[in-house]
Write a new protein. Structure first.
Lengths: 185, 260
């Protein structure tokens, strides 16, 4: 079913909207959630929460691109779940590794007095990503948006793991410099 | 202070076209052929939303010839609240006083409150009025969810008493008790003779739009208080649940009288 037709089902308050969404985007959202939660049960919960959230948001919203709309919601639920679990004990999955990698992107000038605006940071990251080559951009987004593992990225993009690691390392260094230049600390 | 988690979260700022492009590279798109088992919480929530709307429509239909439809409606200040400390803000938004206890004596505790927009439409599809409704959920470990819907009594319903065969007086307020059977069916379902016969009793409803046929009992307890209609509801209900809702209604009314 086309996305516009699925969105219409939400606006008509037909619960077929959920089954059609699940059929078309269930696997996609589950993968996003599983990459972050590393737990099937938590991933299932995140996907169900996503459907419920989409049900509550439409109407009023009419997302232009349903896949990314749902993906954002799933990613947020999964990160929240990861953060809550991680407050008690160190969670599994890709986030601990990705977080460790991103530590190196934080400008050295960052301290408690310096503040950033969340939206400003999001916009800056989008601008930064748009400066990257297609390959670097895909690797960066695969790793830090989808939280895909190094081995999965390497396999899907047809590179060795060492090349993927090196490319991501260089991109993170560029990001750190970019954030410093933007004054986002 | 910027930290790595904030940085990871901020990746959501990356524009859709880049995310979609990478999604294709990772081969994350593609339909699944085995439908996921949608959990009970989600399924119930969807049905409850649909039923509450149908309740408004059916009761309004019977009394006011000009009223032909009620639907969710886009309003500027809808939203979810997980703390009752926000109740004064909610009351300012909905513009009528509401009684929402933190807990009930049987152990049900406040879980979430949602402000939704609704609108009534006439025969021509013209909007008659728009207003906010409040949907609250109460939970208790190892039991189902209790739903509380609060809607303003407007001109069209102000003198319309709560209906039902079982009306009891609590603190001088008429309270309606209903235990209805809902049969959820796909859009292409054709009613059987048995369905049609059951519908004439007024306690059996066929509701279209489900993936598969299922039948459940739903308990409702409704009353009007402080210019609002309160409807308590339990899904997959029994007669005991109906009595339990009656107890909750008593406590709500006692709180509402104090509030007033």
């Amino acid at each position: 079913m086309e996305d516009a037709a699925i969105v219409d089902l939400y606006w008509q308050r037909s619960d077929q909207a959920i089954s059609e969404t699940d059929r078309k985007y269930g696997k996609y959202c589950h993968t996003i959630a599983y990459n972050i939660c590393a737990n099937n049960e938590d991933a299932e919960e995140c996907v169900n929460d996503t459907w419920f959230s989409a049900w509550n948001m439409m109407p009023d919203k009419r997302p232009a691109i349903l896949s990314t709309f749902l993906g954002y919601i799933t990613r947020n639920f999964a990160l929240d779940r990861f953060k809550a679990k991680n407050a008690q004990k160190r969670g599994g999955g890709e986030p601990p590794l990705a977080l460790e990698e991103l530590e190196n992107c934080i400008p050295s000038l960052a301290n408690v007095e310096q503040r950033y605006e969340e939206k400003e940071l999001e916009a800056a990251i989008d601008r930064f990503v748009s400066t990257l080559s297609q390959t670097d951009r895909r690797m960066f987004i695969a790793r830090y948006w989808f939280l895909a593992s190094i081995s999965e990225i390497s396999e899907k993009m047809g590179y060795s793991q060492s090349k993927t690691k090196m490319t991501l390392f260089r991109t993170r260094n560029k990001l750190r410099m970019y954030l410093e230049e933007e004054g986002l600390c | 202070m910027l930290d790595s988690f904030a940085l990871l979260s901020a990746m959501r700022g990356i524009r859709d076209e880049y995310v979609l492009d990478t999604m294709d590279v990772l081969e994350y798109s593609g339909e699944q052929h085995t439908p996921r088992r949608i959990n009970r919480k989600l399924f119930s929530s969807l049905l409850v939303a649909a039923i509450l709307i149908s309740l408004f429509t059916v009761t309004a239909y019977a009394i006011y010839w000009s009223l032909r439809g009620t639907a969710t409606h886009s309003m500027p200040e809808t939203g979810e609240y997980t703390s009752l400390s926000q109740l004064p803000k909610v009351e300012r938004t909905v513009r009528y006083p509401i009684t929402v206890p933190d807990s009930f004596s049987n152990g049900y505790r406040f879980s979430q409150l949602r402000v939704d927009g609704m609108a009534d439409y006439d025969d021509n599809g013209d909007m008659l009025r728009e207003y906010y409704v409040v949907n609250v959920t109460y939970t208790k470990p190892n039991t189902g969810i209790v739903w509380l819907n609060i809607a303003p009594l407007h001109e069209a319903s102000a003198d319309q008493a709560v209906q039902g065969a079982d009306i009891r007086q609590i603190e001088g307020i008429p309270v309606s008790f209903r235990l209805d059977t809902y049969k959820f069916v796909p859009d292409d379902y054709e009613k059987t003779e048995e369905d049609s016969a059951s519908e004439t009793g007024g306690r059996f409803f066929v509701t279209y739009g489900a993936d598969e046929i299922s039948v459940t009992e739903i308990a409702f307890v409704s009353f009007d208080m402080n210019n609002a209609r309160y409807t308590l509801m339990v899904y997959d209900a029994t007669q005991d649940d109906l009595e339990m809702l009656g107890q909750l209604a008593s406590e709500l009314i006692a709180s509402g009288i104090k509030h007033d």
